[in-house]
Ligand binder design. Structure first.
Ligand code: GAR
Length: 222
């Protein structure tokens, strides 16, 4: 068992989050709101966006959170971008990295710097519909159930160990936009919940299986 997360306990050390965004930032807002309500024991040390015009940056500024823009087009390759990203996160003493609508694949540069400490939210029930436009993929496929997944990030595209999922129905008259909205409501509840599990030290990564796939276990409150 990887017991990395057990170093955090409720009421003691808040998680120090680095939240990565590319878009409107409603998941970032959900995290901010739960911290404000006192139901998430965390602080957001920095919000990093690869898109300068992302609305998420306005949300962060309104909440008084430091922001950094790293335009991926200004870097020679992914590794160069990721090196700067890691430098930025470490400079803000981040202990847990959250991809909240961050539309970039990261390399081992990030994963080595934050082993088992990078979490992504994806708008489908993985392993169905990975990658971009997951909601449109679900509608086009005719799926009757979709939802969202929070998982640890690995080097694949939406392939890392699954932490938690929530389902929503897909209705006959759904389009991408209506399904997106229904899934987002679940995302906004699930992501802060998972972060609190991490803050509580309740998440263990079990690598003791047949070696093909690590699995996440949620420990009961102790
Ligand atoms: C969310 O639906 C999130 O799951 C998705 O982008 C949206 C961001 O919304 N992420 C991905 O598709 C990652 N592959 P937000 O900016 O309003 O939080």
């Amino acid at each position: 068992m990887n017991t990395l997360w057990r170093t955090h306990f409720r009421g003691r050390e808040p998680l120090v989050l680095g939240v990565l965004v590319s878009g409107s930032g409603t998941n970032l807002q959900a995290i901010i709101d739960e911290i404000d309500r006192g139901s998430l024991n965390a602080k957001i040390a920095v919000v990093v966006s690869n898109i300068a015009s992302a609305k998420a940056l306005d949300r962060a500024r309104t909440a008084g959170i430091p922001t950094v823009v790293l335009d991926h087009k200004a870097f020679a390759d992914r590794a160069a971008f990721d090196t700067k990203l890691v430098e930025t996160l470490l400079a803000h003493h981040v202990t847990c990295v959250v991809f909240a609508g961050f539309m970039r694949i990261v390399t081992s540069v990030v994963l080595r710097a934050f082993p088992n400490r990078v979490v992504n939210i994806h708008p489908s029930l993985l392993p169905a519909f990975p990658g971009v436009n997951a909601q449109a993929q679900a509608v086009a496929y005719g799926a009757r159930l979709s939802g969202c997944t929070v998982h640890f990030v690995d080097e694949g595209t939406d392939t890392g160990p699954i932490i938690a999922q929530r389902g929503v129905p897909v209705y006959d008259d759904d389009d991408e936009a209506s399904l997106r909205e229904r899934i987002l409501r679940k995302e906004h509840a699930l992501l802060p919940t998972v972060l609190q599990w991490i803050a509580d030290g309740r998440i263990e990564i079990d690598t003791s299986g047949d070696g093909t796939r690590a699995r996440v276990r949620l420990k009961p409150y102790s």
